[in-house]
Design a protein around this ligand. Sequence first.
Ligand code: TYD
Ligand code: MG
Length: 458
Amino acid sequence: MQGGILMAKQKNIYVCSECGNESPKWMGQCPACRQWNTFVEEVKVKTNSIHNSNEINLKNKPEKLSCIEMNQEERVLTKISELDRVLGGGIVKGSLTLVGGDPGIGKSTLLLQMCQFLCAQDINVLYISGEESLQQIKMRGDRLGVNGDKLTLYTETNLSLCVKAIKDLLPNVVIVDSIQTIYSDDITSSAGSVSQVREVTSALMKVAKGLSISTFIVGHVTKEGAIAGPRVLEHMVDTVLYFEGVRSASYRVLRAVKNRFGSTNEIGVFEMRNKGLQEVPNPSEYMLTGRPINSPGSIVTCCMEGTRPMLVEVQALTSPTNFGMPRRTATGTDYNRVVLLMAVLEKKIGMQLASYDSYVNIAGGLKITEPSLDLGIICAIASSFKNIPVNSKTVIMGEVGLTGEVRGITMAEQRIIESKKMGFKKCIISKANVKGINIDGIELIGVENVAQALNYIF
Ligand code: TYD
Ligand code: MG
């Protein structure tokens, strides 16, 4: 028995860095998530200190649903309304939130700006940074206008010292930037490894829940789009927010991927300025500014970002090819989808695109893969090919099938209302969507196929 305990103390295992799946031996492909070359060796040390949750569970007992008292979660508004909306109406007391995103996208900036609003409401915040020095944070804070003595900065990477600081200071909100830099002494693998990240998160969760401290954890994301190391993190925390955007474009989208206290359909839109992140309360207006009017190849469509409709400009350019093989590119949307839609135009409309280079671009750096974009792409290509502009007050949306039929889309009414709000007068949409929708001030043109849509426009 004793030998058994000793043997269990330390062993080498292999952990998938994508999904956290464990295996006693190395494998080329993870049997759980089917990713290749993701297994890394880790030394697993059994510790009795943090993982022993028996005492907590003793207090728990099963209860009837009807006997459970409902007390509304206590929430604090950050006063950054785009962030509050994504969180489901402010920060829930004692909740654990993971903020993920590419390095340099603006996670630290967003959280530091949040600190300012929280401190203005007399809320104590502890900002633990393992990435930047006190001076660096102070400099950034000055630039963002963050001040006040409610905010405490601490640069530390040792988990036990961080936990001690939290217990000593008892702040209302803790920010840990970033999870990949904090390490626990109990584990021998390096900071940022799967088992470290898991251990640190679980320790922080215990503190957050035990002391009712709302905790934000920053996590850098790998190239593939997963929080570096493990997805294991995602199921441990209450809320997962992703901060996304194209580095070259200034707008950023904050998206809830998981939320135990609200909907995951909400997004927040920000713009990175030289004085930090600025909220964009009306993304449609932002996306359409600077749009060329009466220019061939430019059309406007409406896509859904979560529950919010957003108008975007689709641009296309076709020009005679100088080589045998025509070039095709798609920026901000699915390349294969564009090629497919061009094939529909060739076969069903008879447009000779084979001797033309074609470029399609979603303006503003957005990335949209929604099928409702199809008809817009088709019309933009046709408009550039024929060199005839589409009326600038016309919005175009619909999914296109392989036989050239225009199919209905979801949430058509909301999209049409948004288009009307932005001053559009006509909407070309699938006939299936027109039924039952009657909105004053915007004319709906129901079409059954691509030919009808193009006939109407040109
Ligand atoms: P940062 O918050 O450090 O990113 P993360 O924590 O996600 O790694 O953001 C850094 C980027 O933001 C950097 O490239 C500079 C830019 N930035 C501005 O454009 N304006 C600003 O006011 C600030 C603070 C940063
Ligand atoms: Mg940072």
